[in-house]
Design a protein around this ligand. Sequence first.
Ligand code: IVH
Length: 706
Amino acid sequence: MIGMTKPSAAVPAVDLPDEAAYLETVAQARKAADAYYGSGESGLDDETYDRLLRGITAWEEEHPGQVASDSPSRQVGAGVTTGDVMHTVPMLSLGNVFSDEELAAWAASLERRLGGEAVAGWAVEPKLDGVALAARYREGRLVQLVTRGDGATGEDVSHAVGDITGLPATLNEPVTVEVRGEVLMTEAQFADANEQRTAHGATAFANRRNASSGSLRAKDRAYRVRQTFLAYAALTGPEHTDDAGLAALTHTQLVARLAGLGLGTTAGTPVATTACATLDQVVARVREIGVLRPELDFELDGAVIKADSPADQDRAGAGSRTPHWATAFKFPAAQKITVLRAVEWSVGRTGVIAPRAVLDPVDVAGTTITYATLHNPADIARRGLMLGDHVVVYRAGEVIPRVEGAVAGLRTGDEQPIAFPEVCPRCGAGIDRSQERWRCERGRVCGQVEAVRYAVARDALDVDGLGEKIVVQLVDKGLIEDFADLFTLTRDQLLTLDRMGEKSADNLMAAIEAAKTKPLNRVFCALGVLGTGRSMSLRIAAHFGSMQAVRDADAADLEQVDGIGGEKAPVIVAELADLAPLVDKLVAAGVNMIQPGFVPPASGGADPDAGTTAGTAGGELPLAGLTVVVTGSMTGPLAERSRTEMTELITSAGGRASSSVSARTHLVVAGENAGSKLDKARSLGIETITPEELAERLGGLLGGEN
Ligand code: IVH
């Protein structure tokens, strides 16, 4: 988080050649930090800020005599908002680690502070991504709310009492205690806050943290915004009465006790504070929190690791900015700022017309994002988005990235309004605008013809005799809604179509019947899953072997397939969920759902990795691991095969088909009139075989194919 921590080692520092550059960078960082602690909008993402801060610290280390008095490296929280309430005990920040190694080094340094003794036990919990807040209770009654401010002095925001879930007006026991924790917005609270704000003529908040900080500090608003408080600390020690008996508790017990008093905590969520005995357990729990992150109602940007016992905490003590007994394991930023270049409108299977943002590519949590969802037209209008805007893009784990809002402070005046479609972008029919989500007036029917045509095309199910005119009639007469319905059509139904004779009807019935036995890659391709054409479908089918295995795969499994990255995988998962009824219908109609030649990975074999990639072809396949190039015309048993079919054949035999010969090619299948590729293969000393020899090697695989 901006200004709260030492700059991270994970991002490169900006290079500051001289004092002028140093002072300029100090001013820039200070401006961002002021804005961050003021309005909550910084205009810089965490990583950019981190780079500035690292540059500043590096320069200061070399020029200790020239450190600017207002350098953001000096104070907790960059020392900006000085409110009017003193903190009795400073509200500290946390140090950061970014890897298992850094965590281990930090734990070792903690043990050195404990005189070489092992830490008695650890507590691991989420690093909540909101705004730090101290809530003072006197004899069980909530009397004051104070922001962190600069760590020493905070702002009184007691006007927010009553607006925050998790901070009850009275506790279950009449104790006097200062509770500390994070105020944040759940997704629903954020949506509500923006709705209220825009209804009152203000621009929407760019992200949840801005919304939290802005709403907390705003006095005298005409409307009230709900937020959530989650406690992670309470003041004990000599200057506090500790009538709740908190001082002797471990951190894990403390959180449970706070929950018992009626305060909001992470208790009851999947990421509740957990005690861990060893550092290995800590690492495992940190991973788990990272995995659970996308499912949560609140945002987190890491895990916090704390020495659990109060004795260890006391002995370790604290520096001026951070405690020595706790640190944050930061996850890659889930949120970045980039530029909105264009808005594309696509029409979904049900006719919903959905806007999609085209962005300047930006790395978010380890994935390059170029597209993000924009929800619906009303939402674009509410957020006041414009082309050319700097927008906050958000992606937590496996969800499809979304645009949260624009950073109004970065507008140049050159931004352009976003054009909304006048007619359905797919079929040109009118648009039903009666709801927030616009739909083509033709609803599901829009796109049905196109989807069926795609499914029966040559690269997919390859059904001869199903031209556009016939498909249009079948859809218009209500005989089919999707291509799965083709398999239950009767001959009599076909005969009701214009210009359909007995012979053509028989041929078409036979062609449809034949389509039932096509290999999985073609059936999968027919589904028209976004982002998967002919060759991607083949790779997916060869990797998983069966439709069931593809359906069971999560985004991480899909990322094992060559060419599927972090942006595409969750889209495919979502698409398949959407297509489940269609796939069920195909299964019921008896359509093949298996990839011929697929060999499941050996179970319990010697290779410890064998089970992890669901279905990487095992060693028994004739072309396993080989890159194969086919050139010239096929002859013998392979005579009729197209290049697409050859690719399918090679893939189902465990090989990888390639179109060009290089040093990485293992095998060249040279048919009649093979030309330069064969010459090149020979000059490189690559094994060459005839189509007949290939057929022989493939043996049994040939029969089941196509
Ligand atoms: S403990 C003395 N625990 O992160 C201990 N802080 O970068 C200080 N934060 O100012 C804080 N989740 O606003 C602690 N589970 C957690 C936290 C947490 C989020 C925030 C807090 C703090 C900042 C430090």
